[in-house]
Design a protein around this ligand. Sequence first.
Ligand SMILES: [Zn+2]
Ligand SMILES: [Zn+2]
Length: 282
Amino acid sequence: MWSNFHTHNAYCDGKGVIQDYIRKAEELEMLSLGISSHAPLPFANKWCMKPADLNAYLNELRDLKKKSPVDLYTSLEIDFIPGVISPNDFRDKLDYTVGSIHFVEQLPDGTRWEIDGTHAFFLEGYEKIFNNNIRDTLTRYYELTREMVATACPTVVGHLDKIKIQNVDGKLFSESDAWYQQEVKKTIDAIAASGAIIEVNTRGLYQKKSATTYPGPWILEYILQKAIPVTLSSDAHHPDDLVNQFSDTAMLLQKIGFKTLTILHEGHWQPFPYNEHGIIVR
Ligand SMILES: [Zn+2]
Ligand SMILES: [Zn+2]
């Protein structure tokens, strides 16, 4: 019995309608399910919801919640771009928010630079915005996460270190570099102070874009030291990915020492014990 609070669907770039995810969650006997399409952005973008669809999305979820066989919650994965969009813009409409950094600064022509698009696009911004300085690039990325939790704290911080997918074969930096570890730890400290939950996101594993979860194991060890609650998510863009890599990741979390996963159930975020088969409800 699992739960998942980071899922997409056809309102944004996910495959299948919301009901397909509910049906799959029922089949998997999931305890809770959160629907979190990409929140509409105020500029052209291929993967987020269209601004005009937001009301239909919220209404559809309101109706589905009345008849859903699984404990269902309404959310959005919301970008944080200072002065442009933040979790504060949507939280009143939602059961919880997922806050994620996808954009860091703009190219000289004004194009918003995505950190999880193609590697070629990453390299373009890396050169044009940051003069190929990896430390400045990663510092700005983590600074934005800190600014988000300080000024527009989401319920859940999404895929904390996803920018590492661009570090193909470790060519750009090493995660054991002292400056990188300090930057990440400073960010975890800020999250600890904010009270946000950190998701352990398995998407990089099953997409084969990362050998480790977002965030990776050494960061999870520090998160445990700081006693920050964690939840397990797959960032599913297809119903078949609702619990993808959950069993292995639960075993990893147990090995690191996490005793509970924090789950939204019956209207409250609560810690639940778990094992490799799922959450344990007593
Ligand atoms: Zn995301
Ligand atoms: Zn996502």
